[in-house]
Ligand binder design. Structure first.
Ligand SMILES: [Zn+2]
Length: 377
């Protein structure tokens, strides 16, 4: 039995969480004077790598997955979806095997990784919406390929991001949905009618809405308005201060509403490293700035995200009209609901908790103690 205290971001009240055998046994009011916040651990649906650990490297090994999970805990992450991008069939299957093996080797990885996010390879082949995904490996949706992924990983694929423009996309979405796999729309140039048809077929998410889209669109109708308007779609957003200008992020969050908005990092392997110029397998020569922006030098083109979810939470909490409570909800409860009920301060839930400090006057969100199943990490 242990007691963990802090201010609940949901209501600002001081609470004492009693943990027994890894689960939240009770949540009690506590004496005031606590300056640390206490929330469910952060949940990131899209992580490609961090601090040099690269899930999309050519030969991923289980130890890289485990080391990444351990590194992410220090950033307040208690659940994440390893995200594999467009690659050759054999590489995707091998990476899925490595992640499944990591879960067998490490109880921490097994708990933190409920499933895998495959972003691609069924994306738009067009420059612009395709982003940094290698065109050579973009291919149409294929239910047999999905079955190969599940066979290789013991059914570990839980989320697939695709473009619904492909002829067979609607059948694929319906098939994946029947198998209990979430489908997200992203890296697409589909027209609005196709977006709504994809939601009708079962798609439930928009991946990093506002990014992975053509630089120029008809003012209306277009696929952004369609995704903002369709209440069947919950949207994820990269709130790193570089991928979406503040007005765009503000307007998109208001359009989807807090309930249908989720923050993701989309962090890549050079995130968390020293600022400088790096050679990367997917983006080529890229520059990481001290502000956490990864770009192709001299172009203004972004080449991935570097900042952890923690920073996205702080950015949204500082947006005019938004609160810490809402920002935390978009990084805990909302993604947790998508994953079947994580991310809530609730009696009976696993005690995945993070203490942090933050003030509205600026400064970073500093992670303090992190607990996974009640065990301090
Ligand atoms: Zn993407």
């Amino acid at each position: 039995m242990q007691s963990i205290q802090g201010r609940n971001p949901a209501n600002g009240e001081n609470i004492e969480v009693i943990v027994d055998d890894g689960f939240i046994q009770s949540i009690l009011p506590a004496a005031s004077g606590e300056d640390r916040w206490l929330s469910p651990g952060f949940i990131d649906l899209q992580i490609n790598g961090y601090c040099g650990y690269d899930l999309n490297a050519e030969s991923l090994t289980p130890d890289v997955v485990i080391a990444l999970a351990q590194r992410l805990v220090a950033l307040g992450i208690t659940t994440f979806l390893p995200t594999l991008i467009t690659a050759a069939d054999e590489q995707l299957v091998a990476a899925l095997r490595a992640i499944a093996a990591a879960r067998h080797l490490s109880p921490l990885a097994a708990h933190m990784i409920p499933c895998v996010h495959v972003e691609g390879p069924h994306l738009s082949p067009t420059d612009g919406p395709r982003g940094a995904h290698p065109r050579a490996h973009v291919r149409p949706p294929d239910c047999d390929e999905l079955e190969r992924w599940q066979a290789a990983s013991g059914g570990l694929v839980g989320l697939v991001t695709l473009s619904p423009h492909w002829d067979d996309a609607l059948d694929y979405i319906a098939y994946a949905t029947r198998r209990g796999i979430l489908v997200a729309l992203g890296h697409t140039d589909a027209d609005p009618a196709r977006i709504h048809a994809a939601a009708e077929a079962g798609a439930r998410l928009s991946t990093h809405l506002g990014n992975g889209v053509a630089g120029e669109l008809p003012r209306h109708p277009n696929l952004l308005w369609a995704q903002l308007a369709d209440d069947r779609l919950t949207a994820t957003f990269i709130a790193d201060g570089h991928h979406l200008p503040p007005d765009t992020l503000t307007a998109m969050l208001r359009a989807k509403g807090i309930e249908r908005s989720i923050l993701v990092s989309d962090a890549v392997a050079i995130g968390g490293l020293q600022p400088g110029v790096y050679e990367t397998p997917v983006g080529g020569t890229v520059e990481l700035t001290a502000e956490g922006r990864i770009g192709i030098p001299g172009t203004g083109i972004l080449a991935g995200a570097a900042l952890p979810l923690r920073d996205g939470v702080a950015n949204v909490a500082r947006l005019p009209g938004f609160s810490l409570q809402q920002a935390v909800q978009m990084a805990t409860e909302n993604p947790g609901r998508i994953l079947g009920g994580r991310g809530a301060l609730r009696i009976g839930a696993p005690a995945d908790l993070v203490q942090f400090t933050w003030s509205p006057d600026g400064g970073d969100l500093e992670i303090g103690r992190v607990f996974i199943c009640g065990v301090e990490q």
